[in-house]
Ligand binder design. Structure first.
Ligand SMILES: CC(C)(COP(=O)(O)OP(=O)(O)OC[C@H]1O[C@@H](n2cnc3c(N)ncnc32)[C@H](O)[C@@H]1OP(=O)(O)O)[C@@H](O)C(=O)NCCC(=O)NCCS
Length: 198
């Protein structure tokens, strides 16, 4: 499905864009608030860059939006089995404790366009950026701190992401959250971009 490719254009989020577009609503209050009030400041602070796809025949309509930042996977923080799993496809001589990654900090599809394969097309687009020869830095993994909710978890799994930690307890213990008694609000997941290299 090529809806974004055929009907939309990518733009960086800016104050002007926010002013000129109708309010983006991906049916998630925290995300809506971020895209409306915080993402430009985030970008100004060099903490994350936000982009969106606008409909070509209605440039006030944001179809989907996402924020990306540099990140890394530190294998010394992982359980041995996961560390082995992540390192196995990497040649011995190149194995290290920290692998370059890109973090998808925020991602949402407008509620008017959900369940049409756009989230998946967007994910393929983002993955494509980081395996493109023109990408200026090495980037092996895509990581995300997914909302610990059924739809986003299923969405990321459906798009090839795996949990960095086997279960919530392991994630709590390895990310300084051992004192949190309730369920985690987010779960760390990753995708190995080498799978897409021809
Ligand atoms: C999660 C989200 C990005 C999915 O976008 P989308 O365009 O609807 O996703 P797609 O149509 O490409 O669906 C891809 C897969 O996601 C899962 N999925 C998406 N919506 C779902 C739903 N309502 N119920 C169950 N699974 C769902 C399914 O596995 C689906 O694959 P399938 O259609 O083969 O069953 C969108 O629902 C969204 O913006 N949610 C609010 C914000 C959010 O949770 N962002 C991610 C966390 S940072």
């Amino acid at each position: 499905m090529d809806f974004l490719k055929n009907n939309c254009t990518l733009y960086p989020f800016s104050e002007t864009l926010i002013r000129n577009c109708s309010e983006f609503d991906c049916a998630h209050d925290d995300l809506n608030e971020f895209f409306k009030d915080d993402c430009v400041n985030y970008s100004n602070e060099l903490l994350g860059k936000t982009y969106c796809f606008l409909l070509d025949n209605d440039l006030t309509k944001v179809v989907c939006a996402f924020t990306v930042s540099n990140d890394s996977i530190k294998t010394n923080l992982l359980a041995k089995s996961k560390k082995n799993k992540i390192s196995r496809p990497i040649p011995n001589i190149k194995r290290t404790i920290s692998y370059p990654a890109v973090l998808i900090g925020r991602l949402g599809v407008s509620k008017d366009f959900k369940r049409q394969g756009i989230g998946t097309e967007l994910m393929n687009f983002i993955k494509g950026w980081f395996i493109d020869e023109k990408n200026k830095t090495g980037c092996r993994f895509v990581v995300v701190d997914s909302y610990n909710e059924p739809i986003p978890l299923e969405y990321y799994q459906n798009n090839g992401f795996q949990f960095l930690f086997q279960n919530e307890q392991e994630e709590k213990e390895n990310t300084g959250k051992e004192n949190i008694t309730e369920s985690l609000k987010t779960r760390l997941m990753y995708f190995d971009l080498i799978k897409l290299k021809g």
